[in-house]
Design a protein around this ligand. Sequence first.
Ligand code: MN
Length: 728
Amino acid sequence: MSPRVQSAYAELQTRVAASRPRDDHELLRRAFEYGARLHARQRRRSGEAFILHPLAVASVLAEMEMDTVCIAAGLLHDAVEDTPVTSEQIAREFGPIVAHLVEGVTKMDRLDLQGPTQTDARQAESVRKMLLAMVDDIRVILIKLADRLHNMRTLQHLPPERQRAIARETLDIYAPLAHRLGMGKMRGELEDLAFSYLEPEAYRRIQAAVDSRRAGGEEFLEQVQARVRTALAEHEIPARLEGRIKRIYSIYQKLERQRIDVDQVYDLLALRVITDSVKDCYAVLGVIHSVWRPVPGRIKDFIATPRPNMYRSLHTAVIDASGQPFEVQIRTAEMHRMAEEGIAAHWKYKDGALAPTADDERILWLRRLVEWQREIADPAEFLAMLKVDLAPEEIYAFTPKGRILALGREACPVDFAYAVHTEVGHHCVGARVNRRIVPLRYHIQNGDIVEILTQPGHTPSRNWLSFVKTSRARQKIRHWLNVHERERATEIGRRALEREAPRFGLSAKPMQETELERAGAELGFPKAEDIYAALGYGKISARQLLAKLLPPGKRTAEQARRFRNPRRPLKAGTAGPILVRGFSDLLVYRATCCAPLPGEPIVGYISRGKGVGVHAATCSNVQNLLYEADRRIDVAWAPAAREPSEVKLQIYTDDSAGMLSAITAVISEQGSNIRNIGVRTAAGQAVVELSVDVADAPALAQIMAELKRIPGLHAIERVQGSKGREKG
Ligand code: MN
């Protein structure tokens, strides 16, 4: 055994003896000797003895103060993958837990998480397997992260394409995972290493910029520290101070996002104050603010509201006399350790404990992910969701009562509503941000005060899925839709069948379920409930189904007759119309061709896979659509509260000063909201194009009547049918 290997092991042993005095050190020694024997003939690409790699991994784990079971597994982590030894042999030698951990890491090694070279489906599958292994025993991922860290530290020995692929995977999956598990130190190093391989130019540029400011920055931090030390001593607050310069990759992200210069990064320099108690943290904050002026809106209290990865600290940004901004992070020693080591910190004071407590937020997050991945069938969507979930949470918004909620970038009021409570999400109809009404698609900004407006009886809309950003909101909406949409489809299908049955000389009401199921089976839907839902979703038509219900002899005759006379007027069905409650209603959507308003005469038409399209009775498309008469369904406006709808108007006027303000005044007097307004002028005439939110048909009539009274206004047209044909 080389002296290098021996000294590496000796160092490991010393470290573990200090950090885990009561652990099984014999286990560690046996694992090292066993591993060294197995890997004896192997070398790494760098030419060094292979065992130095497992030793380095074990040393990273020892630095995290992991238990010897975990470190032993770290020493053996490549044994099953790279040597003839089996998992069973490991179990016999070192017990089932070590074997289980090694097996977990081995499985993970076999996963291919490297994106572009494979399909979404395969990548998603790999991620799922990894998540499952992690939930099983979180130490598997800690070993894997330590393994990846050492591989990244020695990446220079691999060929360039491998370097890039591994760096990409590190940046996409492992660094965010470390972040999500609260392991700030691990994440920082992985990111910077990966970034230096992926964007070498940008990396060098930022590094040079930081280096040129380093001397000045360090001097500046010294002065700041001296000042804080004196002030805290005066107030008798115990504290340890440290300065930090922001990591290169996180500077890069900030520069990219905000399109600013390195000098404008206000938290390039930060001072950390580590004190004894939560009470002292707030006291320190007070002292800091008495010395320097705080930047408004930059105080973040992650003690009262920890980040989802359990990060806790107080942050504030202040400006010194020379105008230099810097950040101060205030935390207790315990919070500091959690910020640096995250979930790994759990093992420190536990002797051989198996796992963090079950209510640990980070473990709950993992479990939730595993649950969701079962529900989401589309791999691309699962990956997109995972990426959002792994992304740092960076928007902090307040409830009117001052509670802080952490949301993802570009989160909207619906995300916020679901973060408050599931029911608040379901009943959300609107939102006020900083006291102003905003659309539900509004992107919440840091520090916004968000008030969610709810209405009992209101329900989620499928449309929300197109703009919510958090996986929580997405999952809750999807779940609600799955349950209720199917109910609605079943209802629509039942009515379509009842309506159409008499034309075939059949009655839907006493229809035998067995009969129905026999006919449905021919169309691929053997269960009665599925048949109704399929009808409601427009997957099959009532006519197709009823034809199958006819005795075989009558089938062809009926089909021939119908073919000759397809537009025979229909009798109304026995069931009432489908009530249209608004345009976000499940499976009932407003046809874009004619965009009917509440109160207008309407007809419904079952579109394939989309539910019931509601058209204005006057719509020209509808005449063509109703050719397939069995897809028609009676609809009526529900008397319930209505959402305002967008209406487009074209107004012909003289080109005169004050015309626009006269028009807008009329519309706002009528209590309607203008979404969009544009003017074209030619030869003294003007065409004003206007989008307004209108409650219903009478309200529109009223607005049009008022507008016509404006002098110089010649004509108003409602723009309909410009969006092309509605497809069946
Ligand atoms: Mn390895």
